[in-house]
Design a protein around this ligand. Structure first.
Ligand SMILES: Cc1cc2nc3c(=O)[nH]c(=O)nc-3n(C[C@H](O)[C@H](O)[C@H](O)COP(=O)(O)OP(=O)(O)OC[C@H]3O[C@@H](n4cnc5c(N)ncnc54)[C@H](O)[C@@H]3O)c2cc1C
Length: 353
């Protein structure tokens, strides 16, 4: 079989890359082993324009979020499903310092941070002695609907191989690549955590970051907002269900859920929530983060038939659509990729062929 591209991985990166290649009338096969736990499957799907304790704007926020909103809408229309909801975030100040930072940023005229006049609105649900503010232009992406729906579409179109991709079967030729009877012009790795071990890209400065989460049932908690007090509670598509998380660990012994997080989460939830909750699931995964907090996008500087879309870190839902489109335009129209994201900036460490 001959196709234009072979894509490894159908997380949020592989989903959008294959979607945009389809829009560009290119042929491809996606290989994904359908693991139960992946970053894209554990993610809350939150798009938040501000980040960190200092509440600074996310890198390229205006372009990236406007693009993401439209891209989720388009793929949702294509699949006839809801993929994105606007849910502004209610930030319950966890300590006086965070309250001060938030109010300071409002005073500086940050367009995303706002005071929340109805301070008592959530009194029956939460304990919050230091008040709250509102972060606007936040969204939740319904990855739990989008990923399986796109997978089914690929299956229906015979564009998906549900198996483990094994490098030992990859042949790289001067003008194409071959993999188990599939010949493609290029192979693009959207394989998330597997790239840490991928001989073509493992030299890149990845900095995996572990996060643990819970799926909760909280009957009666309104689902119009995302809530935050240190940890985040984000509404899921199924009624009464919420995503709770997460912690951020750069040093960890393993990628499994821990008893410590479970206990910490229970204590936190009991102190924060005034209404009953039930813990349904507890999961953990690693974020494919990078040392300089910028993604890896483009073709290998020394292997023209091999590409990558990875390194989305904590912000895959915001960044993946935008950079999947950048990569598609680069592949089809030879357009430049934003230099801060183009993997060719690592030409030296990726070595010579
Ligand atoms: C706890 C947690 C919470 C998060 N919350 C958010 C959030 O709220 N908002 C946000 O924007 N981001 C969030 N993220 C980050 C986000 O999940 C990631 O940035 C994003 O999912 C990365 O997507 P990806 O497609 O690059 O990788 P992945 O999701 O890892 O997808 C890679 C795919 O490739 C497949 N694969 C890998 N190797 C092979 C192989 N050899 N053969 C076949 N298939 C293979 C995998 O099974 C997987 O399906 C969170 C991450 C974690 C861990």
């Amino acid at each position: 079989m001959q196709v234009d591209y072979l894509i490894v991985g159908q997380g949020i990166c592989g989903t959008f890359l294959s979607y945009f290649l389809l829009q560009g009338n290119k042929s491809f096969i996606v290989i994904d082993k359908n693991e139960a736990i992946t970053p894209s499957k554990v993610s809350a799907g939150i798009i938040n324009p501000v980040t960190g304790r200092r509440m600074v704007k996310v890198w390229m926020v205006e372009e990236v979020i406007a693009f993401a909103k439209e891209a989720y809408g388009d793929i949702g229309n294509f699949l006839d499903i809801d993929t994105i909801s606007q849910k502004n975030l209610i930030d319950f100040f966890p300590n006086p310092r965070q309250r001060e930072v938030f109010l300071q940023r409002i005073e500086e005229g940050d367009p995303y941070l706002h005071s929340f006049p109805k301070q008592n609105q959530f009194n029956q649900f939460f304990n919050y002695h230091l008040g709250c503010g509102e972060i606007r232009h936040c969204y939740t992406v319904h990855l739990e609907s989008l990923l399986p729906a796109w997978r089914q579409e690929l299956k229906d179109q015979k564009q998906l191989l549900e198996e483990n991709f094994e490098l030992k079967n990859l042949e790289i030729n001067s003008d194409d690549i071959a993999y188990k009877g599939i010949v493609a012009e290029k192979i693009i790795f959207c394989d998330g955590l597997s790239s840490f071990e991928n001989p073509f890209f493992k030299q890149l400065p990845f900095a995996p970051n572990k996060g643990e989460i819970m799926i909760l049932e909280i009957p009666g908690l309104p689902d119009q907002h995302i809530y935050k007090k240190g940890f985040v509670l984000a509404p899921l598509a199924s009624r009464g269900h919420f995503w709770f998380g997460s912690n951020y660990h750069w040093n960890f012994e393993h990628a499994e859920p821990t008893k410590e997080f479970y206990q910490q989460a229970e204590v936190h939830l009991k102190a924060w929530l005034k209404i009953p909750f039930k813990i349904l699931e507890h999961k953990a995964s690693l974020r494919p983060a990078t040392i300089e907090r910028r993604p890896f996008v483009g073709l290998h500087p020394h292997q023209k038939n091999i590409g990558i879309l990875n390194g989305m870190g904590t912000k895959g839902c915001s960044l993946a659509p935008f950079f999947a489109k950048q990569l598609t335009d680069h592949l089809i129209h030879k357009k430049e990729i934003i230099p801060g994201a183009d993997v060719k900036r690592f030409s030296r460490i990726l070595g010579k062929p």
